[in-house]
Design a protein around this ligand. Structure first.
Ligand code: FAD
Length: 476
């Protein structure tokens, strides 16, 4: 008998889920229907290309190559025939090596790289970092879930946490290290601490342990050529666009502009309502955010709905800028990846990505230019700019330009501005997130419902792909 499976959401998680079901399920045994609320696929993954050929990413801009989940994405990239479209940044490039943080006292300064940092005092640090390494080796392990800030401050002290770890949290989660759970945001580090008693020791010893994951040809190439991150020649949107074509070829029914409006369960079946239409499925894979899913459930699932709605999301402002000059950035850091601003600094932006440094081939084709992206808001959006529903895009771009002028002296007017306010776009794994997940998975067990997507176990594209494959493998 044919099993019917509904996938809710056509972002990278939903498309991957549909692809895995359609390509691994035996012919005729599965019928897969994907519901997407909007008129496009990709979710937050969205590329805009100007008429002069410049590429601007509204959401994610590059994918990591290290870690277990990165391998799953690379396998997918190969399976859908995108290997020749990959555009890597090599680890040896300046863009990979030179990452900056900005403080009002120092301006942009390079993050530690290389052994000289161990013995010399370099801003923004007040001491050489050798003492920090020694302290880390001796630090006691913690107990229970704690904030990223508490974990690192215990292991490496407040200064390194403030200037190294907190900006990273702002860059990935648009949130402060004091809010986020270390267990949910950096589970590998908690594991190293519990296994080896020290992160430094753990990282060194772990290198000796061979990763048993099967390595695809693309992962091997990334390793051999020492990539740092990658995108695709025409931008990341290539990935969802290609997945859409491939899943349709494999018989998945894609319902665009058809949001699921209600999800109910009866007698081991799931009922998906979209407007006036209702369909019955054997399984549902939800890849929409926990907040959206909580609103689709009703009546008997009110406790599950409450748990899901307790996973918050923050809004991010993204301002893409293009300047008609190749040398708009100061010489010292023109080739850097970009900079992040720690939460302790007064700044109305989270950081700036120097896109042209990483991917110069995505610049406009008719002469020199520089592309930058300013990231804004996150945990601080409402406090700095007001209600995301009423903030104007040109207000955000004006603030971005003012901060660029104040922080790195760019006063020239840009030749192109693209501003996006991405409401509720980044899930927040606050302290206590893992307990919420335990409760959610208990309530879901017994229902024909699988959960994946950025709300639960990783916000990166790689994690979304990996957990979509894992969830659908369980169904298969
Ligand atoms: C500004 C920004 C920068 C980022 N940068 C990076 C980066 O550089 N690298 C990286 O790895 N990650 C990055 N991320 C994270 C990553 O992009 C996201 O976590 C990931 O794209 C989420 O994918 P998803 O499919 O789980 O969810 P989504 O992209 O949210 O997709 C969900 C889909 O469901 C649809 N939907 C909503 N409601 C319904 C409904 N009721 N019925 C049917 N469909 C519905 C939506 O329209 C959407 O298409 C970034 C995120 C943001 C916001």
């Amino acid at each position: 008998m044919t099993r019917r499976i509904a996938v809710l959401g056509g972002g990278i998680s939903g498309l991957t889920a549909a692809w895995n079901l359609a390509s691994r399920g035996s012919a005729g045994a599965l019928e897969v229907v994907l519901y997407e609320a909007s008129s496009r696929v990709g979710g937050w993954m969205k590329t805009h290309t100007t008429s002069q050929g410049a590429v601007f990413e509204c959401g994610p801009r590059s994918l990591r190559v290290t870690g277990h989940s990165a391998k799953t994405t690379m396998k997918l990239v190969s399976a859908i025939g995108l290997e020749n479209e990959v555009l890597p940044v090599r680890s040896s490039s300046k863009a990979a090596q030179k990452r900056l943080i900005y403080t009002n006292r120092t301006g942009p300064v390079q993050l530690p790289s290389g052994p000289s940092w161990l013995f010399r005092t370099k801003p923004p640090f007040s001491k050489p970092l050798l003492g920090v390494v020694l302290r880390e080796l001796m630090a006691k392990a913690g107990t229970g879930d704690e904030s990223v800030f508490d974990f690192f401050s215990r292991r490496v002290g407040d200064e390194v946490t403030q200037y190294l770890v907190d900006p990273l949290c702002r860059g990935v989660y648009a949130s402060s290290a004091k809010t986020l759970s270390v267990r949910s945001c950096f589970p590998q580090l908690v594991e190293l601490e519990s296994k080896y008693g020290s992160l430094v020791k753990g990282m060194l010893l772990d290198r000796l342990n061979k990763d048993a994951t099967e390595v695809s040809a693309l992962s091997q190439r990334a390793k051999d050529e020492r990539w740092s991150v990658y995108t695709f020649r025409s931008g990341l949107q290539t990935l969802p666009d290609t997945l859409l074509t491939k899943i349709k070829e494999r018989g998945v029914t894609v319902k665009m502009d058809q949001p699921c409006t209600e999800l109910t369960f009866k007698d081991g079946k799931a009922m998906v309502k979209s407007g006036a239409e209702m369909e019955v499925f054997d399984n549902v894979v939800s890849t929409v955010s926990a907040k959206v899913l909580s609103q689709l459930l009703c009546g008997e699932q009110s406790q599950l709905s409450d748990d899901l709605s307790s996973i918050p999301c923050v809004t991010v402002g993204v301002v893409g800028l293009e300047y008609r000059a190749g040398d708009i950035l100061p010489q010292d850091y023109r080739e850097a990846f970009g900079y992040l601003v720690p939460s302790s600094e007064s700044s109305r932006i989270l950081g700036v990505v120097f896109d042209s440094a990483s991917f110069p081939s995505q610049d406009r084709k008719d002469g020199p230019s520089t592309r930058l992206t300013v990231m804004m808001g996150g945990e601080w959006f409402d406090g700095l700019f007001g209600d995301p529903g009423s903030v104007r895009e040109d207000t955000l771009s004006q603030i971005a330009l003012e901060e660029l002028n104040r922080q790195i002296g760019i006063s020239a007017p840009p030749s192109f501005i693209s501003t996006a306010i991405l409401r509720d776009s980044i899930a927040q794994y606050a302290v206590g997130h893992s307990a919420k997940l335990d409760s959610i998975s208990q309530r879901v067990s017994g229902l024909p419902l699988s959960l994946c997507g950025a709300s639960y176990r990783g916000v990166s594209v790689n994690d979304c792909v990996h957990y979509a494959v894992e969830a659908t493998n369980k169904i298969l």
